[in-house]
Design a protein around this ligand. Sequence first.
Ligand SMILES: [Zn+2]
Ligand SMILES: [Zn+2]
Length: 363
Amino acid sequence: MMKALVYHGPGQRGWDTVDDPTIIDRTDIVVRIDTSTICGSDLHILNGDVPETTPGTVLGHEAVGTVQEIGSSVSTLAVGDRVLMSCISSCGRCRFCKEARYGQCLDGGWIFGHLIDGLQAEYARVPFAENSVYKIPEQLSDEQVLFLADILPTAYEVGVLNGKVSPGDVVVVVGAGPIGLAAMLTASLYTPGRIVAIDLADSRLESARLFGADATINNGREDALAQIMELTDGMGADVAFEAVGVPATFELATELIRPGGRVANIGVHGHSATLHLEKLWTRDITITTGLVDTRTIPQLMSIVASGRLDPTVFATHHVPLEDTMSAYDTFADATNTGALKVVLNGTESDRSSQALVGATSAG
Ligand SMILES: [Zn+2]
Ligand SMILES: [Zn+2]
């Protein structure tokens, strides 16, 4: 038996004793979870916004672990390998996987902690393992790669790459939560001319400065559209990322873009938003949507290894895995706790993370 964070229906979760995961399919592996984290989508599930997740499911889809057992057809992974689990599982064989659109995989996609048991646990079963996990270079700590499971590739693929950020661009990021901040961090790899962050909370705008924003606008107090026009000589932004997921911020993103510009939607939307085609039809703009494929994990991992990208800045809090229940409270109350990502350290978590547990108390 092992411990895991189990969803018990809207608003209810427990740190429960459950059966150990086992190999079911030949392509599975079982991993010991060394380091894990909590995501905004876990809170969506707990809010009852994700009805397909059934009570009894272990939550979590971002983790680093050590291979304990391998299925009979797994040949590229071995017991003892240290691996990053992607939030996206990929069968490697369906039409979408053949196009590297792993997020759309017909048998996989986002299934961890959603449709199958997830990764906020002592152990986990990982399906389609050879196509879905990434071996971690020895010199990188768990925490240096942990956020490559989801938020960094999401911001990079769905934001920066879909938005075709180019050197010199004015990039406006609407929403400075973890995903918006990850978009600023990865947009910086392309030497934009200027990154502007828009948010309602001054605390998040302060974080935005640390993550690469050159200018910040509080659109609770200021007219964001007028400010962007002033910053761009009345032209508008080259690229806008929507990183909130509400109708008003999507509409703002389409308003502040220059003719020929790109709006990349990253936010998770629960309601319909108005597309103002009566204004936009002449403006040559491109709007993209997407679910992360995590196909850029190897690329991002090598950028981290080169020292040009430091994802550890997201780790505001460190909590032992067995305190996952309180870690949820800390993460959900981000306005007061300042939490960006809460790192859950298993007992076998690597030494650099362990050292950090002692070094940082409550962020
Ligand atoms: Zn996530
Ligand atoms: Zn597939």
